[in-house]
Design a protein around this ligand. Structure first.
Ligand code: OSB
Ligand code: MG
Length: 381
């Protein structure tokens, strides 16, 4: 199969699209340069194809800070646009989801959720795993962990020691103006040999280049999204001044963006997240562009439940993914996941799901306990 053939087999005629808004307490608050989350909220999408069902997760946050999308907006888009569009006519395969929704500008996280659900359903019918469908080359993937901004440097170092004890192979630290050089220097002194990276979530300006020049001396694996998500040219200017690779996250919304970033030399690493780019199929296209151009990639995360995590792990098994992802274990996020828990092995790797489709699904009693709102879109509605 050629790489672009991934899309999942014969046609699917859907009966309904069900939406579940879920809320799961995080084991500890997650603070970034744009705010703090204590509760993980997400929309789970279930498509019912009669003989088979499929699940997807929409990673839009409660507020439109990471991107324009936010949970309430995604809910409306799913309920009034995407659900009805999927039910309108049979879908030849999961690629048809993107084609049918091509007229919708943006709303990538909502699109990604419905595409994942259709892909899950079609692959379940074929008995094929998502990892196989995408072209996975490994059955375990190395994992890193993303650490939120903590109240004190001491608390941050303690938290990191805990993660390293579990086996995580790379530690990503969130930074923001005023909590950067000193914090990272202290962590680097406490952990001289740990692969460390930082993620600014776009909180700096090019005039802050001296901050990054100071960080450039600390042997970081990469500096993620230092500047505004809309400015590739400024990232290129900053990358010229640094030895440390810049990694783009928010700036890369499509394979087209990835090609532009490569052309402009705006970064030396790309973080791929299926939600941010409109689905696993576009994520695979970005992977393919980067592999061809020699651009290293890794798979990011959005604090997903097990449903979204399963898709991230399948992508992490692709050949061009050469760095550990933010694909952490369930217990890094939740006391109890929606699905069977994803577990980190002591060597810092996690198994790629091998079952049909995503290979996992929400446990009914856990979904029931976490659901705070539901809606069903049917053909007549
Ligand atoms: O910028 O990578 C990010 C979480 C939510 C929104 C944005 C980001 C993150 C993370 C956590 O860094 C990654 C994870 O563990 O899922
Ligand atoms: Mg990021």
């Amino acid at each position: 199969m050629s790489p672009d053939d991934a899309g999942g087999g014969p046609g699917l005629s859907l009966r309904s699209v069900a939406l579940f808004e879920v809320a799961l307490p995080l084991v500890r608050p997650f603070r970034t340069s744009f705010g703090e989350e204590t509760n993980k909220r997400a929309i789970l999408v279930r498509v019912d194809g009669g003989d088979v069902a499929g699940w997807g997760e929409c990673v839009a946050s409660e507020e439109p800070r990471y991107s324009e999308e936010w949970l309430a907006g995604s809910w409306l888009a799913l309920q009034t646009i995407f659900g009805p569009a999927l039910l309108d006519a049979p879908l030849a395969d999961a690629r048809a989801v993107g084609e049918r929704l091509r007229w919708v500008r943006g709303h990538r996280m909502a699109k990604a959720a419905v595409e994942a659900a259709v892909l899950d359903a079609t692959l379940r019918r074929l008995g094929r795993s998502l990892a196989d469908e995408l072209g996975a080359v490994r059955d375990r993937v190395p994992c890193g962990v993303s650490v939120g901004i903590a109240a004190t440097v001491g608390a941050m170092i303690e938290e990191i020691h805990g993660y390293l004890g579990h086996g995580y192979r790379r530690v990503k630290l969130k930074i923001e103006p005023g909590r950067d050089i000193d914090v990272i220097r202290a962590v680097r002194e406490a952990l001289p040999d740990t692969p460390l990276s930082v993620d600014a979530n776009g909180a700096y300006r090019l005039s802050d280049a001296p901050v990054f020049e100071a960080l450039d001396e600390m042997g970081l694996v990469m500096i993620e999204q230092p500047l505004d998500h809309e400015d590739l040219v400024e990232h290129a200017a900053l990358q010229w001044r640094l030895r440390t690779p810049i990694c783009l996250d928010e700036s890369i919304r499509s394979a087209r963006d990835a090609a532009a970033a490569i052309e402009l030399e705006a970064c030396r690493v790309i973080n791929i997240k299926p939600g941010r780019v409109g689905g696993v199929l576009e994520a695979k296209r970005i992977h393919d562009v980067c592999l061809k151009q020699g651009m290293p990639v890794w798979i990011g995360g959005m604090l997903e439940t097990g449903v979204g995590r399963a898709a991230n792990l399948a992508l992490a098994a692709l050949p061009g993914v050469t760095m550990p992802g933010d694909t952490s274990a369930s217990d890094r996020y939740f006391a109890e996941d929606l699905t069977v828990p994803f577990v980190l092995a002591p060597d810092g790797t996690m198994a790629v799901p091998t079952g049909p489709g995503l290979g996992v699904e929400p446990r009914p009693e856990r979904l029931e306990a976490c659901t705070v709102r539901r809606a069903v879109v049917t053909r007549s509605s």
